[in-house]
Design a protein around this ligand. Sequence first.
Ligand code: AMP
Ligand code: ZN
Length: 334
Amino acid sequence: MDDTSNAYVPGDDASVAPGDHSAMARPAQDPDTGRRAYRQALIDARVLFPSTVDGIYGRSGLFESIADGLNYAVSKLGADQDAEVMRFPPAMPRKDFEASEYLKGFPQLAGTVHCFCGGDREHHRLLARLERGEEWADQQQPTDVVLAPAACYPVYPVVASRGPMPREGLVVDVLTYCFRHEPSIDPARMQMFRQREYVRLGTAEQIVEFRQRWMERGTQLASLLGLPHEVDVANDPFFGRGGKIVADSQRELKLKFELLVPINDGAPPTACMSFNYHMDHFAHAWPLRTADGAPAHTGCVGFGIERLTLALLRHHGFKPANWPQRVRDVLGGI
Ligand code: AMP
Ligand code: ZN
């Protein structure tokens, strides 16, 4: 029997049975109330260690063991993909970042790395400003490095540099911390978080087939993990006036789907996985070519490791020893 008695229950209306899809439509209340309550519960239980900045947390051993379990479960699901494993640091060359056109859609989320590049005089000025509690960061100079906004971005220039792809295309397995400047009291909206992805590169048909398969697998994983969920077309926060048009077209063309799980009471459900079709966008940024020399299409499936961990803790409680055996097994026996 599923033992949900140790699930985190902040209010009377809050207990959500696994598979209970009515949980998707929550009663109207200030969504931040539920977010703050769950955040505080995680901090009180020392699952997450807060910092002075919203969205930057330390993770406990408990949190990491669940994160490891999720990576294990995703690897098992993808065992038949013959994927090439690539691991990148959470930073990438600024030149590649510019080529990706991320700044067109999401300038507000980007994180650039700046460093001190002065001499003794500038150093004294820096220390004096610090001493007086004044702003000093405007003296820093941009470097060649930016923080990775998504796990798959560093993959495309690497594959493009190899020349045309084999006829069967390529699947790449990536995992990295990503940065997005979206400070929030929502524990599920962090500024640095991990994305585990399978990235598909090849023809349009290969990408469409891959995305369909992974939407099914993602849904299956959420069911096995006992998480209430639904899949819907996504609404990315494209910047500015022009952003609305891009967002409308993304929805119309159904380029991105998300798997949503209720995490915070009284708030809309949270995107925990995404299923993306980029068409040939990245082949314009880098010379990504199919075996025939045509611009390659790409797509990816992304698993939000932090959000899935928070969803599991929310629905099954803070003690994995009390979780349903079936769920523990899927996570490799945590
Ligand atoms: P996206 O590239 O926006 O499709 O994000 C892929 C996945 O990363 C999402 O489905 C989430 O699970 C996760 N994710 C995105 N933004 C955040 C965030 N601010 N904090 C935690 N996880 C996130
Ligand atoms: Zn991706």
